[in-house]
Design a binder for this molecule. Structure first.
Ligand code: UDP
Length: 459
């Protein structure tokens, strides 16, 4: 794809990018870095020492670990809980980040701007103090961001009850953000509503003070919410995604993908296989794992299933699987791997459906390959993403009862076998075409990227 706009001679001005150390945030930030590098900027990645990217995959970037911070210093309670982790790094890491930026700004090439993940909300004050423009990179959809931004107001209405996700599964619509429901506000909010809302409020406030926002999404997909976005967050907004269509995420993988998945798919007819993966963070109980296994077996459809080691509570990998599951029970129709080359799997013509947790990267990757989804959101933005997939774009079916084998079996058949699956595929193929167009010269993302480059050059 031709993404050259202004030519390499234009600048080499230095951009400092600060990713969040989680797979679903790291990959898009590194893709963004590649996109901006292709426009002639010099890239420095400022990163934590834990979940750090592999510099060998990016010899064209400078990597700078945030000094005097290491995983060993982070208390275990803060590592295990995402809300505590965000609060921790946004307080303890700020001074080392400030020192680093100050040093970089004194170098000959200077720093044109700082680009950080939205969840690095504490860095807005650091950037303000240094008079350095900060641009926020939001790794998820506009709709989930708007929902997060109203969560403190919803908390005041008493919607969330600490510790009980079930009790707060309110079907009530969120006013102004329909068809999102109160229950689409994640269960990380219900297990710690005050903490969760505090993090989201800090993120929204710091984002409002930022110079601009870069989104890994595209205009045609988000049309429904763009007016509300620019009312609440005047921007400017640069919707330049989907990033992985410019540069694959494979080099930012924290685990090694099992390439044999692709030769296994080669043996299957078009649109016949269900790909199952719940991303890099979701953990499930052993009872849920067994429901998934029996749902897959009873559907009688072929499946490629990613079971991440450690993702089943209390197990290392597949120990809870019923004896003889792959050979005897599913009679060779299934293939289980620890980590798959997901983008290639979704692009394979044998893949007919994607049972996903609806992390934003997975959702976008599925849309870009025209693969209809089964939705099992688990936390965070996965709920609003899944709601949009099933109720707005109508390109997938929601599993409403958690993991329950009869519902799983029926949903798999709806997507892979029934007429409904064809309708879902038609709709998602339509959106896939829009993606292809938006990235071409004159398309919305192409033009927005041009605008972004010119905007940064204006600093
Ligand atoms: N992924 C992958 N192989 C797998 C599972 C996931 O390459 O077996 C990649 C996937 O392509 C996506 C990322 O991991 O780019 C997961 O990001 P997402 O936002 O979907 O979910 P998260 O991991 O943040 O929950």
């Amino acid at each position: 794809m031709d993404t050259t706009i202004t030519g390499k001679h234009i600048n080499h001005r230095q951009l400092v990018l600060l990713p969040l150390p989680l797979q679903g945030h790291l990959s898009p930030m590194l893709q963004l870095a590649n996109i901006l590098h292709s426009k002639g900027f010099s890239i420095t990645i400022l990163h934590t020492s834990f979940n750090s990217p592999n510099p060998n995959n990016y010899p064209h970037f400078t990597f700078l670990p945030i000094p005097n911070t290491c995983e060993a210093n982070i208390p275990d309670k803060d590592k295990q809980n995402i809300v505590s982790l965000f609060l921790y790094i946004n307080s303890k890491f700020l001074e080392p980040i400030r020192e680093c930026l100050e040093r970089l700004m004194l170098e000959d090439k200077g720093v044109a701007c700082l680009i950080t993940d939205a969840q690095w909300f504490g860095t807005q004050s650091v950037a303000d103090g240094l008079k350095l423009p900060r641009i926020v990179h939001r790794t998820s959809s506009v709709s989930s961001f708007l929902l997060f931004a109203v969560s403190p107001a919803l908390l005041d209405t008493g919607c969330f009850r600490p510790g009980s996700y079930e009790e707060s599964r309110s079907e009530a619509l969120v006013q102004g953000l329909e068809p999102l429901k109160v229950k689409d506000l994640s269960n990380f909010l219900t297990s710690d509503p005050e903490g969760g809302c505090k993090v989201l409020e800090l993120m929204a406030q710091a984002t409002k003070r930022a110079q601009a926002l870069i989104w890994n999404t595209f205009k045609e997909l988000e049309e429904h919410d763009l007016k509300a976005l620019s009312q609440d967050f005047p921007g400017p907004h640069f919707l330049i995604g989907p990033f992985h269509k410019y540069f694959s995420a494979s080099s930012s993988n924290l685990l090694t993908p099992d390439q044999a998945s692709l030769s296994w798919l080669d043996k299957h007819p078009p649109n016949s296989v269900l790909y199952v993966s719940f991303g890099s963070l979701v953990k499930i109980k052993e009872s849920q794992f067994l429901e998934i296994a029996w749902g897959l077996a009873n559907s009688k459809q072929p499946f490629l299933w990613v079971v991440r080691p450690g993702s089943i509570e209390g197990s290392e990998w597949l120990e809870p699987l019923p004896y003889g599951f792959l050979e005897r029970i599913v009679e060779g129709r299934g293939y289980i791997v620890k980590w798959a080359p997901q983008q290639d799997v979704l692009a394979h013509n044998a893949t007919g459906g994607f049972w996903t947790h609806n992390g934003w990267n997975s959702t976008l990757e599925s849309i870009c390959e025209g693969v209809p989804m089964l939705c099992s959101p688990s936390f965070g933005d996965q709920f609003p993403n899944a709601r949009y997939v099933s109720d707005v774009w109508k390109i997938g079916v929601m599993l409403d009862n958690g993991f329950e084998r009869e519902e799983i079996e029926s949903a798999i058949k709806r997507v892979l076998v029934d007429e409904e699956g064809l309708e879902l595929r038609n709709k998602i193929t339509n959106i896939k075409w829009k993606v292809d167009r938006c990235l071409k010269k004159g398309g919305s993302s192409y033009s927005s990227l041009e605008d972004l480059v010119n905007y940064i050059l204006s600093f």
